[in-house]
Ligand binder design. Structure first.
Ligand code: NAD
Ligand code: TYD
Length: 350
């Protein structure tokens, strides 16, 4: 029986990771620790509430006393750390929130794990989930490898870079068995509608302007969120201690091309005439420090651990649009803020 702490499990990627682990590993006891910030939505995990190997803990990773007590009480065997402030635009408005959660929160977790495991590392593992944005921005060509020097430009990517350094420092200094991954942009169900794809779907659905930053020439590599969760599963179980694995979709898109593809899918799904949805595209002021291009070389993960993305982008995007159109209630509750009352009604009032 393994006891595993997953942080940030009420968020977008975390909820898919929690579901995968709770479902595929009935002999593991999965603890989901989440502060339920604006990005945390327990309605993402409604289907797991009665699973006997699943426990939700509301708490903040920056609260050192609380985190130390939790580790000492529960004696976790492993940690999969996803909790973070994750949106670049918010990091430009409130950088210190990113330093607190992403840097301080990660250090608090590492330290609690160190104290709890007391250098008896047998069977223990601390897995840190990070982003390709730590590598900075590429020009027209080239790919990020695990050896690409760090060159973050936004407060978000700088805070994730700092947290990655702390994780490696705990490995090098104390011998903690850590593993890290740096992934490209995810998309799929349960994505908070402040990020490009869910925001665009929501606005297209509601005939609102679809904001494209600058000229839309920026390039991102997109990966379906369930493929990321599967990569995390693979790396958690089989990744070599102290190693970093890049995860990517081998799937680069200019923002403007992606938005046009989405418009044509929406025209079809909503029975609109061809070209109708694209009239909503609105070019707006560019993001400050906007990285031009991210692209990942995920061959280490492919060659060493046999992981590959399973979905073509067009298919993944169709599935994503279908999910948002059939789960309008989810989207309405997120955009209205109603989802924030769910914890109170389900966990506190009972
Ligand atoms: P998200 O914003 O959807 O979810 C973050 C979760 O962390 C939320 O449930 C939130 O409540 C929780 N959280 C925030 N601050 C907390 C705190 N102080 N204590 C406890 N919980 C807290 O993020 P996401 O998109 O699911 O990203 C998850 C992780 O994956 C992050 O570490 C992010 O850097 C990384 N990542 C994301 C992407 C992407 O495309 N979204 C790509 C690569 C890596
Ligand atoms: P985003 O989803 O915020 O992810 P990240 O900044 O972490 O890559 O943005 C993806 C790309 O889309 C990025 O180049 C910024 C751009 N973008 C827009 O053009 N319009 C928008 O409304 C948003 C949110 C993003």
């Amino acid at each position: 029986m393994k006891k595993i702490l997953i942080t940030g499990g009420a968020g977008f990627i975390g909820s898919h990771v929690v579901r995968r682990f709770v479902t595929n590993y009935p002999n593991y006891s999965i603890y989901n620790l989440d502060a339920l910030t604006y990005a945390g939505n327990l309605e993402n995990l409604k289907d797991l509430e009665n699973s006997s190997n699943y426990t939700f803990v509301k708490g903040d990773i920056t609260d050192e006393t609380f985190i130390n007590a939790l580790f000492s009480k529960e004696q976790f065997d492993g940690v999969i750390h996803l909790a973070a402030e994750s949106h670049v635009d918010r990091s430009i408005m409130d950088p210190l929130a990113f330093v607190r959660t992403n840097v301080m929160g990660t250090a608090v977790l590492l330290n609690a794990a160190r104290q709890s495991w007391k250098a008896n590392w047998e069977g223990k593992r601390f897995y840190h989930v990070s982003t390709d944005e730590v590598y900075g921005s590429l020009g027209e060509t080239g790919l990020f490898t695990e050896d690409t020097p760090y060159d973050p430009h936004s407060p978000y990517s700088a805070s994730k870079a700092a947290s990655d350094h702390f994780v490696r420092a705990y490995h090098d200094t104390y011998g903690m068995p850590v593993v890290l991954s740096n992934c490209s942009n995810n998309y799929g169900p349960n994505h908070f509608p402040e990020k490009l794809i869910p925001l665009a779907i929501f606005n297209m659905r509601n005939n609102k302007p679809v904001p494209v930053y600058g000229t839309g020439e920026n390039v991102r590599d997109w990966l379906f969120v369930e493929d990321h969760a599967r990569a995390i599963d693979t790396i958690f179980h089989n990744g070599r201690v102290g190693q970093t694995y890049n995860i990517g979709g081998f799937n680069e898109w200019k923002n403007i091309d992606l938005i046009h593809l989405l418009c044509s899918i929406m025209d079809r799904k909503l029975n609109r005439t061809e070209g109708e949805t694209s009239k909503l595209i609105t070019f707006v002021k560019d993001r400050a420090g906007h990285d031009l291009r991210y692209a990942i070389d995920a061959n280490k993960l492919k060659n060493e651990l046999g992981w590959e993305p399973s979905l073509q982008f067009e298919e993944g995007l169709e599935r994503t649009v279908d999910w948002y159109l059939t789960n309008e209630e989810w989207l309405n509750r997120v955009t209205s803020g109603a989802y924030q009352n769910y914890y109170e009604s389900q966990y506190v009032a009972r």
